[in-house]
Design a protein around this ligand. Structure first.
Ligand code: 5AD
Ligand code: SF4
Length: 452
């Protein structure tokens, strides 16, 4: 009898990549992934704890799963990822129907944990240690040990994430990541290149290099023999034949080197999009956030980036209502938005996270004020995004197809803009098409196809 697993992923791209690894691992032990929770005999929640809201979602879904388990006693429930790492044993106390708790660096143990559980050897399984070395993606371990091949990517799989480092050493005062993902560890260069070459051989065209802080790749606690900077690594990946598009995330402004900026000029396959989290436009707030740059340095980096690559699209993350943020501080954030005119941004109301320094700050901002500031920021960002998107009108751009439903095609520009068009030609994800932009909205563009 085939076994069925339903995996729900919360949070960031790091988690999306981990969910893929979990899926691959379980496929090797006979699990088929299903898209409906009710059809599963194993439900895995790969969780995020970056903001209070993300964590609340996990616990409310676990509450619903309790009811499913009452009707379906054989159901196994696993909590993986950042909430698992953060809460550990507490999850069993709060949610006794959970069977497995597995932390961010132990996912490769899942098959063994499941085996022990199913054979009755144990009643519950937990593994939440943070390792001091890079946790090798398990399919590579299997490749090395047994010479087996990972499953080929599905047709729609034309892009993949490749993890280049784990953890974070920045200790921003609001951030839970150093606690949930541990200290920064860089993955060996050869491992990364080997994985990219394997993916390209399987037909993958777009690679995104992933890390919490990619600019400090190779600087701290690297297990690689050779010391390579992130820019050095990026160039090596960009030179691999078949890497048609190369992206990376996430970067911290203080470590952004000229060598890295130069890559945008020198390599046409490095996409002209830079996600550069600012978090606030006020130096006073940045200081209390323990961010290691000023507003002035941030603006200098933006100017430099634009001079290396004039067409580059810059996006950001912004937090409003950080403890002690005054109206004047918030105005500084609005002013940064007006100055940079970000192409897009992810903005959030500050929330307290466990074991972070800012959770103990006593000058918290009123929830209503936070809400008003968020609305104000997002409203202006939407206008700016629309104004910027209108600049595309009448222009011909190259897009890569993401998704096709009958004659409706969704594609993406190198600058990370979503483009919709209709076409009688049957495109498949990963195809490159020249299109002319005929309509601009705040979140996407519409086009007509010119050539395939
Ligand atoms: N409250 C609100 N937003 C946060 N982020 C990280 N921690 C918090 C917090 N405690 C935001 C930051 C980060 C993004 C992933 O989430 O903007 O860049
Ligand atoms: Fe969420 Fe951060 Fe964990 Fe990603 S690393 S899942 S954003 S808490």
């Amino acid at each position: 009898m085939p076994k069925h697993v339903f995996i729900k992923t919360f949070g960031c791209q790091m988690n999306e990549r981990d969910s893929e690894i979990i899926e691959q691992l379980l496929a090797q032990t006979g699990y088929i992934t299903v898209s409906n929770q009710e059809d599963a005999d194993l439900v895995i929640l790969n969780t995020c704890s970056i903001r209070a809201k993300a964590e609340q979602k996990v616990f409310s879904l676990l509450g619903l799963l309790r009811k499913q388990k009452e009707k379906q006693p054989g159901l196994h429930i696993a909590v993986a990822g950042c909430v698992a790492q953060q809460e550990g044993q507490q999850i069993f106390k709060r949610m006794p129907h959970v069977d497995i708790v597995v932390g961010t660096q132990q996912i490769y143990q899942l098959p063994d944990m499941l085996f022990r559980l199913k054979s009755g050897e144990t009643k519950r399984e937990i593994s939440c240690d943070l390792e001091k070395t890079f946790t090798i993606p398990p399919f590579q371990k299997l490749l090395a040990n047994h010479n087996t091949t990972p499953p080929s990517p599905a047709l729609s799989d034309y892009r993949k994430f490749v993890t280049i480092m784990q953890g974070c050493n920045n200790f921003c005062s609001y951030c839970v990541v150093p606690a949930t993902r541990g200290r920064e560890i860089s993955r060996p260069v050869d491992d990364i290149l080997e994985e990219v070459i394997m993916l390209v051989d399987k037909g993958i065209k777009e690679i995104t290099l992933l890390g919490q802080n990619v600019n400090s790749y190779g600087c701290t606690n690297t297990v690689a023999d050779q010391k390579t900077s992130f820019a050095g690594l990026l160039k090596m990946v960009a030179r691999i034949p078949g890497v048609e598009r190369l992206r990376f995330t996430s970067s911290n402004p203080q470590d952004l080197s000229e060598e890295l900026m130069g890559c945008f000029k020198d390599f046409t396959n490095i996409c002209p999009h830079f996600h550069l989290p600012a978090q606030s436009g006020s130096n006073a707030v940045l200081k209390r956030m323990q961010r290691k740059y000023t507003r002035e340095l941030y603006l200098e980096k933006v100017n430099q980036l634009q001079s290396f690559c004039p067409e580059i699209a810059i996006s950001t993350d912004m937090i409003v209502g950080f403890p002690g943020e005054t109206d004047q501080d918030f105005q500084q954030t609005m002013d940064l938005l007006e100055t940079v005119r970000f192409h897009g941004s992810f903005s959030f109301k500050y929330s307290d996270r466990p074991n972070t320094r800012s959770a103990d700050f006593d000058d918290k901002v009123d929830e209503q004020v936070k809400g008003e500031r968020l609305q104000c920021f997002q409203k202006r960002q939407d206008q700016i995004s629309l104004e910027r998107n209108r600049k595309f009108l009448g222009k011909t751009v190259e897009v890569m197809v993401e998704n096709v439903v009958e004659d409706a095609v969704q594609a993406r520009t190198g600058t990370n803009h979503i483009v919709h068009f209709t076409s009688s030609t049957r495109f498949i994800p990963g195809d490159t098409v020249q299109v002319t932009i005929i309509h601009a909205g705040k979140h996407s563009l519409n086009a007509e196809k010119i050539t395939a």
